[in-house]
Ligand binder design. Sequence first.
Ligand SMILES: NC(=O)C1=CN([C@@H]2O[C@H](COP(=O)(O)OP(=O)(O)OC[C@H]3O[C@@H](n4cnc5c(N)ncnc54)[C@H](OP(=O)(O)O)[C@@H]3O)[C@@H](O)[C@H]2O)C=CC1
Ligand SMILES: CC(C)(CO)C(=O)C(=O)O
Length: 307
Amino acid sequence: MRILVVGAGSTGGYFGACLARHGRDVTFLVRERRAAALRDHGLVVHADAGDFKIQPQLLQAGEIRGPYDLILLTVKSFGLEQAIRDITPAVGEQTLILPVLNGMRHISTLGEVFGKEKVLGGLCKIHSTLNKDGEILQMSALHQLSYGEQDGHDSARVRQLDAVLSDCGFDNRLSMTIQNDMWEKWLLLSTLGAVTCLSRGNTQQVVRSAGGEALLQAIYSEVLAVITACGYQPRPAVIAATLQMLSNPETPLTSSMYRDLDQGFSVEADQIIGDLVDRANAHALPVPLLNAVYVNLQVYQQTRQAG
Ligand SMILES: NC(=O)C1=CN([C@@H]2O[C@H](COP(=O)(O)OP(=O)(O)OC[C@H]3O[C@@H](n4cnc5c(N)ncnc54)[C@H](OP(=O)(O)O)[C@@H]3O)[C@@H](O)[C@H]2O)C=CC1
Ligand SMILES: CC(C)(CO)C(=O)C(=O)O
């Protein structure tokens, strides 16, 4: 199976390197600066289970010759439009596109461009980032990649994909409920992103602040109400466990959006929070806290762009 990993950042670099290290046929689609760095230094991964390095096969936009069997899409939401243009020559009749982006909006965008049947549901759970040398840093043992047919049916192609992604050193999961899994992940991630970005701190600091736990719970309730209004019902056990995890005063959690904000990088405000606010508005659902977070992040983005 020929695999094109689009982006060699925190998630693409991690999962792509694991796949290549285990003998899968992986090529990374990267941009010029990343290509130069990876050519010179290789792709270095500081994994929880130990460090390793691969010399990746690289391509840049315009160099793609023919379709790939799998496109693992690991760009940020604000890079999606460009990535769609760049991968178009790699998408053939049988190509499967597996996106790991947070949120939901990209699924319909990709479906509209390439055809819904080519786009799998997907998500990853990992705490990873790039260090100052552009190396991948896995910050906890978590490294889960889940995927499945959007409508949950079993198929030969997802079984084949599952076989290829198995035994590559990360936790791969074929899911027959991937849409619901993605909504459940959004519940976790958007609450975590909202509360950490708003407070400029981790969940432990939030929960140990006066009114912090109540704020977290109130944001969580707003997100849950939006998701439910959209027709998805997170499982009761997941609702309870997620809130318990987020409110645990012993565990300082951050989201990738907060880590980006903390470093002055662009954040996926529209995809992770704005889309929830839009959906709430469509259902005439008041979400004052999410709205406050969204405004806050938009102002951050404007300040960044002006600076
Ligand atoms: N990091 C994490 O812990 C987690 C992230 N996620 C989600 O995963 C998605 C990806 O995030 P993450 O990996 O952290 O992001 P990163 O910014 O670390 O990596 C994205 C990479 O995509 C590259 N890229 C963007 N556009 C293109 C393009 N057209 N062609 C080639 N390369 C491109 C960027 O390259 P360049 O260097 O050239 O800009 C960058 O290296 C996001 O939606 C995020 O929310 C989900 C779970 C955890
Ligand atoms: C759920 C979590 C926190 C870990 O995968 C995440 O998706 C993120 O940080 O973007």
